[in-house]
Every structure is written in structure tokens, then in C-alpha cells.
Design a protein around this ligand. Structure first.
Ligand code: IPE
Ligand code: IPE
Ligand code: MG
Length: 247
């Protein structure tokens, strides 16, 4: 059944995370385990995204942010980088219709400057085509790095100060996030990293200051809806104190 993209679902998992961010890691190892080239793993990984996006309303997740390519991933071989860029173009072409029909609003974060013009245009078009949707807010981090984002934000903030639009005495912790790529998004409640690595690799550094984390062994191409649901349910049982003591 086609969903009216304008009407958001109400949460079916009370106390679940509103915003989940995922570091989709392990594609390369998944392929190597099968004796296949790393790009085979990236293609298998891209196929998993739809199931996770479409599971969001079932778990009350309104915002899903996925790490697709980091500012550090340019260090990989030219073959892998070119293959990934071509995969992103293919993904956008292939998924635009189903994302729109499901009511997904797509946004991209990261620095677009280093991406090729064709891909940038496809990203802009997808953002515009889905701008009226509200059921799931999918944010794709592409050429994204938390430090790079803070540096770019600081540059714009400094320019506003230099040109008299911002009073430096008024800068506080509410000011900087307005300059971040994520300025329209709530902070992530739950950050999941697949593949067994317990690090955040420059993902959402500012925004995840008080996120809950789940580091799981599953390689990204094996990540399924049931595991996503278990992690969202487990989040509901956590006691987020934000530095305070409950009385
Ligand atoms: C994550 O999988 C996808 C990207 C970083 C683009 P990896 O490619 O990092 O997979 P592993 O960590 O080598 O297994
Ligand atoms: C993080 O994974 C980036 C993405 C998932 C896109 P990496 O595989 O690049 O991270 P490291 O190198 O293991 O820290
Ligand atoms: Mg990796």
C-alpha cells in the first residue's frame, strides 16, 4: 500500500530512539570472506539500506543518518573510490522512486566541493524531489567528516563575526550547531556501528556528545530489520541522565 508521504507515523515503540545514526562498516570484510572484490561488498551494503529505512516507522524512528563515505575514505585505492562514487550515482537513480513513494525526505551532509558535478546535481535533485516528505528523514553523510564539518562551520561563523553579523560575546553552544551541516536535525539518540570496531571514525562528533552507542559484530551487508528492532528496543531501556542525578 502506498503511504501518504505527508502524514508521519506515530511511534509504535514508545521510548525508542527518534534519531538513529549508523556507521555502516564491514562491507570490505564481508566481500573478502567470500573471496570477492571489496566493491562487491559495497554493492551488497547499499542493498541493505532500503530495508532499514523502511523499518524506521515500525520502530518510531523519524530520523535516520547513515555514514556512506568519510573525508578519510579518499585514502583508499582509486579503483575503490571511483567504484563507490559510481555506486552512489546508481543508488540515487535506482532508489529515488521507492524513497519518494515511501515518504522519505533525503538530505545529504558533508562537503560537496570534492564530488563530481554530475553526482552533486543528482544529490540536489533528490533533496528537492523529496523535500515535501516527512515520514522518514534520511540523511546520507557523503564526503563527511566531523572535524571537517566543524572547521567549515567555524569558517562561516568567523566570517559572520568579521562582517558584523554576529557578536562574538554572544557565541555559545547554541550558536555553532546553527552552522553545522545538520542544523535542521535533532541530535542522534542512538549511534550504531557495525563490524566490531569500537570507534566513531569522525562521525557526528559534535552532535553525538550525549548519544547512546551500540557497537555490534554484524557486518553491514548482514544487518537486518530484526537486529535493528532489537537495538531500538534496547535503547528504550537505557537511562539517559545527561549529567544529572534523578531524584
Ligand atoms: C564501510 O565498509 C563502507 C565505507 C567505508 C565506504 P568498509 O569498506 O570500511 O569495510 P571494511 O571495514 O573494510 O570491512
Ligand atoms: C567509517 O568506516 C566510514 C564509513 C562507514 C563510511 P571506515 O572503515 O572508513 O573507518 P575506519 O578506517 O575503520 O576507522
Ligand atoms: Mg571499514
Amino acid at each position: 500500500m502506498k503511504h501518504d508521504p505527508k502524514s508521519p507515523d506515530t511511534s509504535v515503540l514508545p521510548g525508542g530512539p527518534r534519531h538513529v545514526a549508523i556507521i555502516m562498516d564491514g562491507n570490505g570484510r564481508w566481500a573478502t570472506q567470500r573471496g570477492r572484490p571489496r566493491l562487491f561488498g559495497h554493492h551488497a551494503g547499499a542493498k541493505r539500506v532500503r530495508e532499514v529505512v523502511e523499518a524506521c516507522p515500525d520502530f518510531g524512528v523519524e530520523y535516520l543518518t547513515i555514514f556512506a563515505f568519510s573525508t578519510e575514505n579518499w585514502k583508499r585505492t582509486q579503483v575503490e573510490v571511483a567504484g563507490l562514487m559510481s555506486l552512489f550515482r546508481r543508488y540515487i537513480t535506482k532508489e529515488t522512486r521507492s524513497l519518494s513513494e515511501f515518504g522519505v525526505r533525503v538530505r545529504f551532509i558533508g562537503d560537496r566541493v570534492r564530488l563530481d558535478d554530475k553526482l552533486i546535481k543528482m544529490m540536489n535533485d533528490l533533496e528537492q524531489a523529496t523535500a515535501h516528505n516527512t515520514r522518514v528523514h534520511l540523511t546520507i553523510a557523503l564526503n563527511y567528516g566531523g572535524r571537517d564539518e566543524v572547521a567549515r562551520a567555524t569558517k562561516r561563523l568567523a566570517r559572520d563575526v568579521a562582517e558584523g553579523r554576529l557578536d562574538p560575546d554572544k557565541v555559545d553552544e547554541e550558536t555553532l550547531p546553527r552552522y553545522l551541516d545538520t542544523y535542521v536535525l535533532p541530535d542522534p539518540d542512538l549511534v550504531i556501528r557495525t563490524s566490531g570496531e569500537a570507534r566513531i571514525s569522525n562521525f557526528l562528533l559534535w552532535q553525538s556528545a550525549y548519544a547512546e552507542y551500540e557497537f555490534i559484530d554484524t557486518l553491514w551487508p548482514d544487518f537486518r530489520k530484526d537486529e535493528f528492532g532489537r537495538l531500538c528496543a534496547a535503547y528504550g531501556g537505557r537511562d539517559r541522565r545527561f549529567g544529572a542525578v534523578k531524584t
